[in-house]
Write a protein that binds this ligand. Structure first.
Ligand SMILES: [Fe+2]
Length: 287
């Protein structure tokens, strides 16, 4: 079991808590204690700008300020967001898919309904990034400070998909500051009147997504960083795989794309509740 505590990622109140815990005699399991200390990430709307499949850049890694082989970086304040993906009992989740997407410095998403990319978005901004966690459950993104757009205060969209789940667990994180436009004007929508943030009814959950960014030591370009442990209220399911042996799967002819030839459909059970469907040219059915 890996309940190893990485002090770097522990919010202050939990550090105090763990310090107090150390003084308590043994006899209780740590996960039980952590369950009381952890705040489950509030599940909020994914919003309308999660990229469509056609919008997702080929470069979808965890460094959003560098797109493909562009020689210029994205415009904006370089911002690091890191933390761990945890179960509600504090166990790091490995193989979790962590996703981030947000507006560029001027408030434009890469999302576009009718093209592969919003042409108004910063051409050097990746706009969307993904990260798979290892055993420590840790993730890291390098991006820019989100820009502001009408109707919302400044925010990042984050999502986690844990093994065995097929739906994204989505939240949004906010800045612990007064939102100012690029020209320095106080923005109309602040944390105090942002409908998504204020829609989180649980006060502890609400404050848990308002992050304080601190200057990154040793940098001179205004880089900032914050940590956010994403605590999902879901239990990952470790799939079990069959042992070695033969697998004979019945196929079926199905209609192909309009105007095309029929195709051969093979459905393979993977684990409980999940199947792979494979479509192939019928002439390859004996392959
Ligand atoms: Fe948004």
């Amino acid at each position: 079991m890996s309940h190893e505590i990485k002090p770097f990622h522990i919010p202050l109140e939990r550090r105090r808590f763990l310090k107090a815990l150390a003084a308590v005699s043994a006899g209780f399991t740590i996960p039980g204690y952590l369950a009381e200390a952890l705040t489950i990430s509030p599940q909020v709307t994914q919003g309308p700008y999660y990229p469509l499949a056609k919008n997702i850049p080929l470069d979808d890694d965890n460094d959003l300020i560098q797109l493909n082989s562009n020689t210029s970086a994205a415009t904006g304040i370089i911002t690091y967001l890191s933390g761990r993906i945890l179960t509600s009992s504090g166990t790091p989740i490995k193989d979790a898919l962590v996703e981030i997407w947000h507006a560029d410095h001027a408030g434009n998403y890469i999302y576009a309904a009718n093209s592969t990319r919003n042409s108004a978005a910063d051409a050097n901004f990746q706009g969307f990034g993904q990260f798979f966690t290892g055993a420590s459950g840790q993730y890291l993104f390098r991006t820019v400070k989100a820009g502001l757009y009408n109707g919302r205060t400044r925010h990042y969209h984050l999502a986690v998909t844990v093994p065995g789940q097929t739906t994204r667990y989505t939240t949004q994180t906010f800045w612990n500051e007064t939102a100012l436009s690029e020209s320095g004007q106080t923005w109309a929508t602040q944390n105090s009147n942002d409908s998504v943030l204020q829609g989180i009814s649980n006060a502890t959950q609400k404050s848990s997504v308002i992050l304080t960014y601190a200057a990154v030591p040793g940098t001179t370009t205004g880089e900032v960083a914050a940590t956010y442990d994403f605590v999902v209220g879901l239990t990952p399911v470790e799939p079990t795989y069959p042992g070695t042996g033969n697998l004979l799967v019945q196929g079926a002819l199905v209609a192909g794309p309009s105007g095309g030839n029929p195709r051969w459909k093979v459905t393979i059970p993977v684990y409980s509740g999940y199947t792979y469907e494979i479509y192939a040219n019928p002439t390859l059915a004996d392959a």
